[in-house]
Design a binder for this molecule. Structure first.
Ligand code: AMP
Ligand code: FE
Ligand code: FE
Ligand code: ZN
Length: 281
């Protein structure tokens, strides 16, 4: 059984529609795929319909923008009740922060001499409720300012660069109980990925487990083989579920093909057993 528990569609910053993403997952030989758009559950319905058509299991989820101290942390939530009031309220706050940030990024880029407009970005974010820097990056690429997302993030959109603007993110320690309160299963995405370093060390993860954290993403492209083994050891020590996934973004991220990393079926079954809401329910 091949299981990929972290993917993005055009409901956030992936380039495939939710339906196409699920079709591609089936074509890639996956048996289970989780749709985990940034701060958005709006792709679930379309993805679920196509999953039934093509005979693959869809796990509805999302990847929430949180912070732990000053550091941004992405929290995956699987199978939460999408109507849970506390979850909906907090997601609205995050999406509001994304909506107000886009004009600020455009203004910052214009002040830097880049001729980009809010309409240029809207054309790229189209069907997404979670507008973000990847859409600004796509607009910059279409305008010929950069080659692709990678160059946009490397030169203009990252902290310290001319087009960087911060935005609201929930406190990780508050979001974990919100997810469990909604019957969902919270798992930290790429805990040691990118610039994060190993701030989320074993003692921090133990504290988060006491708040309800269920697992950590171990097999992810941001983690070297050495980091994966260390994280796997911590997951075993703390009795956390260890997941693996592609973090697929369609054409938006290279080296993140569907199924490039997968989750062990035993770990997947454990994750499902922790959900308050049944799969397919
Ligand atoms: P935002 O959520 O708007 O702050 O943008 C962050 C998102 O941009 C992340 O979730 C990634 O999907 C994407 N991202 C970050 N760095 C890069 C990069 N170097 N190339 C492509 N996408 C990136
Ligand atoms: Fe993303
Ligand atoms: Fe992420
Ligand atoms: Zn992701």
């Amino acid at each position: 059984m091949r299981i990929d528990l972290h993917t993005h569609s055009s409901a956030s910053d992936g380039t495939d529609t939710p339906g196409d993403l699920v079709r591609e997952a089936a074509a890639a030989g996956l048996d289970v795929v989780a749709l985990t758009d940034h701060d958005a559950m709006s792709g679930w319905a379309e993805a679920g319909e196509v999953a039934d058509e093509v005979g693959i299991t869809l796990v509805p989820g999302l990847e929430i923008s949180t912070r732990f101290g000053h550091r941004g942390v992405h929290l995956l939530g699987y199978l939460p009740d999408p109507t849970d009031p506390a979850l909906v309220l907090e997601l609205d706050r995050i999406l509001e922060g994304r909506t107000t940030r886009t004009p600020a990024i455009v203004a910052a880029l214009r002040a830097h001499g880049v001729d980009i407009t809010e309409d240029d970005v809207r054309r790229e974010s189209g069907g997404s409720v979670a507008a973000g820097r990847p859409h600004v990056a796509d607009a910059l690429a279409r305008l010929g300012v950069v080659r692709d997302r990678t160059e946009a993030f490397a030169t203009l959109l990252s902290p310290g660069q001319p087009g960087y603007v911060n935005r609201y993110a929930s406190a990780l320690e508050e979001m974990i109980p919100i997810i469990t309160g909604a019957g969902g299963v919270p798992v930290i995405a790429h805990p040691w990925g990118r610039r994060g370093g190993t701030v989320l060390d074993e003692s921090a993860l133990a504290m988060l487990k006491d708040l309800g954290l269920a697992g950590i993403e171990v097999d992810h492209q941001d983690h070297s083989p050495e980091l994966r083994e260390r994280l796997r050891g911590i997951a075993a020590d703390l009795d956390l579920v260890a997941t693996g996934s592609s973090d697929h973004h369609g054409l938006g991220k290279v080296d993140h093909d569907l199924g490039v990393n997968t989750t062990d079926p035993e770990q997947y079954e454990r994750l499902l057993s922790l959900a308050g809401n049944p799969l397919g329910g």
